[in-house]
Design a protein around this ligand. Structure first.
Ligand code: ATP
Length: 288
């Protein structure tokens, strides 16, 4: 029975600029998506006819509602192959935390099935299928840092050094749909208060590569922070604590709920104890 195990890495957004709402209801974004060593593990076996998805987490849906199921279903349709896949996901990436776990599972299933069937679909085709599942899927198919634009479909790989990353996971989800709606509402009433600066990924990437970290850190912002921090002041406190303890950048990932800090190899105090006292779960990882 052909099978494989593939990692599904979490991601952070190294800066996220959200543009105005488009006519199709989506927003244009500019972001650098950085995959992390922290990963789910996805086992795919080509066994009996049909698609089955099982996970070891109570927080994620099984069957059709799981993004991994949707990825398999779309793969078989696009490739003209009779569906046959048993998918088992060991969840390590916190759910609903802005770390892209569900999208990454979907990307891993697309890559894994394509590999098991000797690549019937091109990378471009996989990205197009992925976009119909979620805006982060095209970027997560690359498994390397990328600049993502448009709705997330225009991805370009960039070089970044390995980054030390602390993830503060507050233990509650933030709904991405809610965050976009809130941002739109705020922008319609208080335009000047929530206009983001331009995120310039080329300059940010160059500064990170050259080790100009203080200057790079000041350019990392996330358009969702004002609305998410207003609703969840503990996340604003988490960001402050990370910066006070020597992180060279700290920001919300996606629409939250995770706040991450990027740390130097030396010269920062481990803020774990302080963060635990404030009730945060803290994970240490690195970028891929
Ligand atoms: P998004 O910003 O796309 O909402 P996120 O990174 O904040 O994503 P995820 O962990 O991907 O959060 O979960 C988002 C939602 O997707 C959850 O409500 C979860 O029930 C659902 N979901 C479906 N399939 C999966 C999966 N394989 N892993 C995690 N969540 C999944």
């Amino acid at each position: 029975m052909p099978s494989l195990v593939i990692k599904a890495p979490a991601k952070i957004n190294l800066g996220l600029e959200v543009g105005q709402k488009r006519r199709d209801g989506f927003h244009d974004i500019t972001t650098i998506i950085v995959p992390l060593e922290l990963s789910d593990s996805v086992r795919i076996s080509l066994s009996r006819p049909g698609i089955r998805v099982a996970t070891d987490s109570k927080e994620v849906p099984e069957a059709e509602a799981n993004l991994a199921f949707q990825a398999a279903d779309r793969f078989f349709q696009a490739a003209g192959i009779k569906p046959s896949a048993d998918i088992r996901i060991s969840k390590r990436v916190p759910v609903g935390a802005g770390l892209g776990g569900g999208s990454s599972d979907a990307a891993a299933v697309l890559l894994g099935l394509n590999r098991l069937h000797r690549k019937p679909l091109s990378d471009l085709r996989l990205r197009r299928i992925g976009l119909r599942i979620g805006s982060d899927v095209p970027a997560l198919l690359c498994r390397k840092p990328v600049v993502a634009r448009g709705r997330g479909e225009r991805v370009r790989q960039i070089r970044l050094p390995r980054l030390g990353v602390l993830l503060l996971v507050p233990g509650y989800p933030v709904s991405t749909r809610w965050a976009y709606a809130r941002l739109d509402a705020f922008r319609s009433t208080r335009k000047s208060a929530l206009t983001s600066p331009r995120l310039l990924p080329k300059i940010l990437g160059r500064k990170v590569r050259n080790g100009e970290l203080a200057s790079a850190g000041s350019r990392v912002f996330n358009s969702f922070e004002p609305v998410v921090f207003e609703r969840h002041p503990d996340l604003a406190r988490a960001k402050r604590l990370l910066l006070e303890h020597g992180a060279w950048a700290a920001a919300l990932s996606g629409s939250g709920s995770t706040v991450y800090g990027l740390v130097h190899r030396t010269g920062w105090q481990d803020p774990m104890a302080a963060l635990h006292r404030h009730g945060f779960r803290c994970l240490k990882t690195r970028s891929c």
